[in-house]
Ligand binder design. Structure first.
Ligand code: ADE
Length: 423
């Protein structure tokens, strides 16, 4: 194969042919991105725009990348997690589609950050992020780039929380659109995407039967709701732990057992963290778990299980299957950690299915267009996705599913805008 004339770092360009087929397979389920790509190819709203993206490098992300490229963007991509890269997709993006990618599945932390700098090297005008590592690196280590950035987008809950805290501290240097907060993103991707792909990751890693198991879901945000729903659907007894009273109440009324992690730790067969916070499962919890308990994280960062404590409590550790490590504790109990505590759906499976990423990435593509075509730069802050974009994504997705919905009649519109009529 001829070496592409672009800077890149991927595992093996020989995987490109397989990557193309996989990207095409994902495209079948991404009709909204396809429509946006077709319009972008005609109108070129991103002509010459330098866009650097730190996203999970998957076949779905490849379809977003192609839409942005066809819109005229000069795109560079790096991974947003060391274990989530699909090497075949990365190879195809470089070798066949000419997009610089810096991502190798299993890369160490040093390489991960070198790759972020690789994506930043083109001095982006727009950034795409999933977890805010690219934005944080740019602000901490390449401040000279700040002036040239007109804005960025953020894909995930954890990233939005991080960026809001930067904005609160006066540390944010350019505006961000919080794609995660579009209804057409979190109500679908976080709930149905994480719900399905988390169960998929744990099943692929372990081949456990879910029926009859006690599954402890830590965190009842949209991701936790999705995982709890799907685990119950497979016949598991689901326990929810939550620190936020309203969410805990919702979980209880959704029919789950709700309790503290201290109590749940003694009951669970499978533990899944989706809290976005550190040490949701801590030393004291490991101390009371049953022999054979399985531990998985589906939150963005590998901080939700106190792995340092687990290491110090363990006599030995061995890899027993791909993505499964057995920790033997001093008292003889065995705990099974999946995918090093990294997000299980991408580390042990393929992430969310294309059909749901279609909506998330439609929001991404339309938000990049929104940032690039505004007459004036947005104020520096974390902004919601404009409602027109959210509604447009819902409309296009419904149309692609062949679903036609009713419209309000003039009489109904009038009724809704008046206050005189009551009982
Ligand atoms: N986040 C979760 N699933 C994903 C996927 N399939 N591609 C990109 N980002 C993701």
């Amino acid at each position: 194969m001829v070496k592409p004339a672009i800077d890149y770092d991927v595992k093996d360009l020989g995987l490109a042919e397989e990557g193309v087929k996989r990207i095409e397979w994902a495209a079948r389920e991404m009709p909204v991105i396809r429509l946006i790509r077709e319009r972008f190819a005609k109108v070129k709203p991103l002509a010459g725009l330098r866009v650097s993206g730190c996203l999970h490098v998957t076949t779905e992300t490849a379809n977003l990348a192609l839409a942005l490229r066809d819109g005229g963007a000069q795109l560079a991509l790096c991974a947003s997690n060391p274990l989530s890269t699909q090497d075949a997709a990365a190879a195809a993006l470089v070798a066949v589609y000419g997009i610089p990618v810096f991502a190798v599945r299993g890369e160490d932390d040093e390489t991960y950050y070198r790759h972020i700098h690789g994506a930043l090297a083109q001095r982006p005008q727009v950034t795409l992020d999933d977890g805010a590592d690219l934005v944080a690196t740019l602000h901490k280590e390449q401040r000279d780039l700040l002036e040239g950035v007109m804005g960025g987008t953020e894909e995930t809950t954890t990233g939005v929380i991080r960026l809001r805290s930067m904005a609160r501290d006066g540390a944010l240097g350019y505006p961000i659109v919080a794609v995660n907060e579009a209804d057409t993103k979190h109500l679908f991707d976080n709930r149905y995407g994480t719900g399905q792909s988390t169960i998929d990751g744990i099943t692929r890693a372990t081949n456990v039967l879910w029926a009859g198991k006690t599954v402890v879901v830590a965190g009842y945000g949209w991701c936790g709701r999705g995982v709890a729903m799907r685990a119950r659907g497979l016949g598991a007894k689901v326990v929810v732990t939550e620190v936020e009273p309203l969410r805990a109440l919702e979980a209880a009324m959704d029919g789950y057992q709700v309790m503290s992690m201290a109590e749940a730790a003694t009951l669970g067969d499978i533990f899944i963290t989706l809290t976005g916070d550190v040490n949701a499962i801590d030393r004291g919890h490991f101390e009371v778990m049953k022999d054979g308990a399985i531990l998985a994280n589906s939150g963005h960062f590998n901080v939700e299980l106190n792995l340092k404590a687990l290491e110090t409590m363990s006599e030995t550790k061995r890899q027993i299957r791909p993505s499964v490590e057995e920790y033997r504790l001093m008292d003889g109990r065995r705990l099974y950690l999946l995918a090093e505590g990294r997000l299980i759906n991408l580390a042990a499976a393929e992430g969310h299915p294309a059909s749901v990423m279609d909506m998330s990435f439609a929001n991404q593509a339309l938000c990049v267009e929104y940032l690039a075509t505004r007459p004036r730069r947005l104020p520096v802050d974390v902004h919601p996705v404009p409602q027109e974009i959210d509604h447009e994504v819902a409309r296009l997705k419904l149309a692609s599913m062949g679903i036609v919905i009713d419209e309000l009649t003039e009489e109904q519109k009038k009724y809704l805008s008046s206050w005189e009529e009551g009982t």
